[in-house]
Design a protein around this ligand. Structure first.
Ligand SMILES: [Zn+2]
Ligand SMILES: [Zn+2]
Length: 291
């Protein structure tokens, strides 16, 4: 029979577990709620812009075939990203700096550390964008290789490319892509406040490059990734599918010989060659592991 002490310990653990679960669900719902006003603003903006400047004719984004799949990614990817990022931040600080206590972690990440954290926030922001884009350019190329393509194919599987397709990333791709790049920059010493400031820009910009818009950005096409630049990346490998890897600064593609924007032409066919690719969210999550 259990004695009183054992019962008390069991009750304590049950209480602890309930608290953990509660705070998990509070975090999830906070992340979801924060996403709703941003999503409404983006939906309104791109609906109006596409009305006047569509890159490809066709049905509106809310009629697209795998809208439910895109919505699942759109709302769950920020939650998954958050937990993957926290996990990698903890492991990174422990392995590289020997920090293992909760207080130690808070003190370490609170305002950045080392020489980078002494710079002004705008300067740190600029360094973050450049450093992150350089890492993302190469991880993106790595995901186009034979070994990792099965994960990245999820992102390229959208045939009706729209702003809402922007979050379609397999968690493995997310973890070794943007999460790894974010954590690398924070471990280098950049303040997390930079991430908070740049976060909304990143969401809006990634929706923008996937939007159905015929905007080439003219001479600025080398400065900032735009819709035509990135929509070419979603075409067949024989066209722009193995080009335009940069997330934000196309100058990286110019430097490394992968820039592709043929004059007077617009991209029009998107998707991947694999015909049997699943279209639902859960099936896409499992698919890379079944091949
Ligand atoms: Zn790609
Ligand atoms: Zn894309």
């Amino acid at each position: 029979m259990l004695d009183n002490a054992a019962l008390a310990t069991a009750a304590d653990s049950a209480y602890g577990l309930t608290q953990e679960l509660l705070s998990f669900f509070v975090n999830v719902s906070q992340t979801l709620t924060k996403n709703i006003p941003i999503s409404i603003a983006l939906a309104a903006t791109f609906t109006i812009l596409t009305w006047f400047c569509a890159c490809n004719p066709g049905r509106a984004w809310w009629h697209k075939r795998d809208l439910v799949t895109d919505l699942c990614y759109w709302f769950f990817i920020p939650v998954i990203t958050r937990y993957l990022r926290i996990g990698l931040l903890i492991v990174g600080a422990a392995v590289l700096f020997g920090i293992t206590t909760a207080d130690g972690l808070v003190a370490f990440y609170d305002n950045g550390h080392g020489p980078l954290a002494t710079l002004s926030l705008p300067l740190q922001g600029a360094l973050f964008l450049i450093g992150e884009d350089f890492i993302l350019y190469w991880t993106h190329r790595y995901f186009h290789g034979a070994r990792m393509w099965k994960y990245h194919a999820v992102h390229h599987s959208s045939e009706e490319l729209e702003w809402i397709s922007a979050a379609r990333f397999h968690p493995v791709n997310l973890f070794l892509g943007s999460v790894l790049a974010d954590v690398a920059m924070l471990l280098a010493g950049i303040s997390p406040n930079v991430l908070v400031l740049i976060g909304p820009f990143t969401i809006a910009h990634s929706a923008f490059v996937h939007a159905n818009l015929d905007w080439t950005l003219g001479p600025f096409k080398y400065v900032l990734a735009g819709p035509v630049f990135h929509r070419w990346h979603h075409t067949a490998p024989s066209r722009g599918g193995e080009k335009n890897f940069a997330a934000t600064f196309p100058i990286l593609d110019v430097l490394f010989g992968t820039f592709y924007m043929p004059a007077g032409e617009l991209p029009d066919r998107y998707g991947i060659e694999e015909r049997e690719f699943p279209t639902s969210f859960p099936a896409q999550l499992v698919h890379p592991f079944t091949r």
